[in-house]
Every structure is written in structure tokens, then in C-alpha cells.
Design a binder for this molecule. Structure first.
Ligand code: DAH
Length: 334
């Protein structure tokens, strides 16, 4: 073993020490650092290569060179660890910096949507009716003759069919002309007592003008229980209209609907005029029988009204077509 070899190993270790210090300090990513770790300390790394030369050293030199190798190795590990911490910290810093929110920046103004006046009325009606113990129910817009007419005590030759000009579909079904059809569907699938409020679109072959639309919205009320009387109907309608329109005068007028007996129409005094706002009545015993209820045991009342009508009265809207025109100048007022 010559002293040249000895100096060689010593020199190699010292070079590894200083070279690696420069390379590790220059690493800018954790991936680069990992590559360096493998190159220096890995199985086939530089340190291992150098140590393999140790076997050829004279015995007395081994401890000294071995100690040096250990020092270099530990130094290498320290440098790698320190750089790793530094790079990790820098990475966190940069993520934080990128995600910083400048709270002093002016905000972005987003246009604010509004509740459509028709939905506004429906929401209000729900609030009132749920407060009175009613549950929301719905039914299909495409209906059978049975649910729209027949089960509502309106057989095919009944003159009341002329009250509502109907859109018939080629298959004999129809577009419901009123939400009263929901009464039948609900009663068929539930047992009394019950109280429902049923909103929805309805269809009629009306010529469109300032007060008519071929598609509009109705809300139906139905209550069935033991011992319900016309007084309950009146009290409910009065309270409902009070919450809807405030302290206004109201009046009940006798009327006719095939599915109620007796029937009434209700007017409210609004800006000095009597305005008709809804139809109502005690559910006809025939209707109760049709859905399998015993009319001796149960009575009920029902009411139906137009949502557009309510919206127009409440907001002083002069033309029903404004409600469907999607004109933002109109809609922004609500
Ligand atoms: N369905 C009737 C219509 O569209 C309104 C109506 C009247 C509904 C009396 C009712 C009622 O529930 O009892 O003209």
C-alpha cells in the first residue's frame, strides 16, 4: 500500500465534501436534491465507491480514513437535510404567497338576482298556508279527463266544461285547466284528515291579452276532516287574505263550481274597487265518494286562485304579459 493511494482516498473524500457542499447549495428543487442524495449516498453512490478502496489501505491507516469518511458522510447528510428543510420552507412560502388574498382590492360586483313576482306570491302563499298547517302537494300538468273533470263531478256532457276551454292532446289526455285535479290525486293516495296547498301551471285556450294567458299559475287549497263547516272555510280564507293583502274588506258571493256545494267567490276591496280573487266552496259529497271517503263522516272545503291575478293586484301590474316577458327593467323592480 503506497502513500499515493492514501492521499488519493483522503483527497477524494475532501473533494467529495467540498463539491457536494456547492452542488447541494445550488439545488433549487426537492427532486434535484434527491438526485444528489442518490449520487452521493446511494448504493452506487460516490461515497460507497470511495469506501470500497478502504480495503486496500494498510491496517494502521484505516481508522483515520474511516473516521474521515464518517465525518464526510455525516456532513453530507446534514447538508442534504438542511437544504431539504430550506427548500420545503421556500415551497410553502411560495404557495402562501400565491394564495394570498389582498383584502384591500376592490371587490367584483356580481349582478344580484331577484325573486320573480310570481314566485314571490307562491312563496308568500306557502308561508301563510304552512303557518295554518297545510302541506305542499303537486300533480302533473298533463292530465287525464278523469282527474281534470270527471272525478271533480264534471261528466263529459256537463255544461261547466264550457267554463274552461281545454287543450286536448292527440292521445285523449289534456293539459290541466286547473290545479283542482291535484285534489283528487292527493285524496286517492292519502287518508283524511288532510290539508294541502298545491301550486302549479295550468293551461287554457284563451286569447292572450292584458288579463289572459294560455298558460298561467294557480294555487289550490284543500282541507278534509271530521266536522269541517262553511265557517271553517270562511275563517281560513279570511285569515289567508288578511295575511296576503293586509286589513282589507272582503266579501263572499254565492257562485257555482261542479266540485263544491255550496260554492262562493271572494272579492277584496282594493283601492276603492271590489276585485274577485278566488273561488271556493265545501267539497261536493260526490267528490268525496269518488275518492272513497265517507261523506257522512268527513267534510271538507277547497279554494283555488290565480297567482298572476294576485301578483297583478299586489304590485299594480297592468298587463299579465309583463310577467312572462323577462324584461329586466320590469323584473328589477321586485
Ligand atoms: N278550479 C277553479 C277554476 O279554475 C277554481 C276553484 C274554485 C277551485 C272553487 C276550487 C274551488 O278548489 O273550491 O276556476
Amino acid at each position: 500500500m503506497t502513500s499515493v493511494q492514501l492521499t488519493d482516498l483522503e483527497k477524494q473524500l475532501q473533494e467529495l465534501d467540498s463539491e457536494s457542499a456547492v452542488a447541494i447549495a445550488a439545488a433549487t428543487t426537492l427532486e434535484q436534491l434527491e438526485q444528489l442524495r442518490v449520487a452521493y449516498l446511494g448504493k452506487k453512490g460516490q461515497l460507497g465507491l470511495i469506501l470500497r478502496g478502504m480495503g486496500q489501505l494498510p491496517g494502521e491507516e484505516r481508522p483515520r480514513i474511516g473516521a474521515l469518511a464518517n465525518t464526510v458522510k455525516e456532513a453530507l447528510q446534514n447538508k442534504l437535510e438542511q437544504r431539504q428543510s430550506a427548500l420545503q420552507a421556500a415551497q410553502i412560502e411560495s404557495v402562501l404567497a400565491a394564495e394570498t388574498i389582498d383584502v384591500s382590492m376592490p371587490g367584483v360586483q356580481r349582478p344580484q338576482g331577484r325573486i320573480h313576482p310570481l314566485n314571490g306570491v307562491i312563496d308568500r302563499v306557502f308561508d301563510i298556508c304552512v303557518g295554518l298547517g297545510y302541506t305542499v302537494a303537486t300533480g302533473p300538468e298533463m292530465e287525464t279527463d278523469y282527474y281534470n273533470f270527471e272525478a271533480l263531478n264534471t261528466p263529459p256532457d256537463h255544461p261547466a266544461r264550457d267554463m274552461q276551454d281545454t287543450f286536448y292532446l292527440p292521445d285523449g289526455n289534456l293539459l290541466r285547466t286547473h290545479t283542482s285535479s291535484v285534489q283528487i290525486r292527493y285524496m286517492e293516495s292519502h287518508t283524511p284528515p288532510l290539508r294541502i296547498v298545491a301550486p302549479g301551471r295550468v293551461y287554457r285556450r284563451d286569447t292572450v291579452d292584458a288579463t289572459h294567458s294560455a298558460v298561467f299559475h294557480q294555487i289550490e287549497l284543500l282541507a278534509i276532516d271530521k266536522g269541517l263547516t262553511f265557517t271553517d272555510l270562511k275563517g281560513t280564507i279570511k285569515e289567508f287574505l288578511r295575511q296576503m293583502f293586509g286589513e282589507v274588506a272582503i266579501r263572499f258571493r254565492p257562485s257555482y263550481f261542479p266540485f263544491t256545494e255550496p260554492s262562493a267567490e271572494v272579492d277584496v276591496q282594493w283601492q276603492g274597487r271590489w276585485l274577485e280573487v278566488l273561488g271556493c266552496g265545501m267539497v261536493d259529497p260526490n267528490v268525496l265518494k269518488i275518492v272513497g271517503y265517507d261523506p257522512e263522516a268527513y267534510t271538507g272545503f277547497a279554494a283555488g286562485f290565480g297567482v298572476e291575478r294576485f301578483a297583478m293586484v299586489l304590485h299594480e301590474i297592468d298587463d299579465i304579459r309583463r310577467l312572462y316577458a323577462s324584461d329586466l327593467r320590469f323584473l328589477r323592480q321586485f
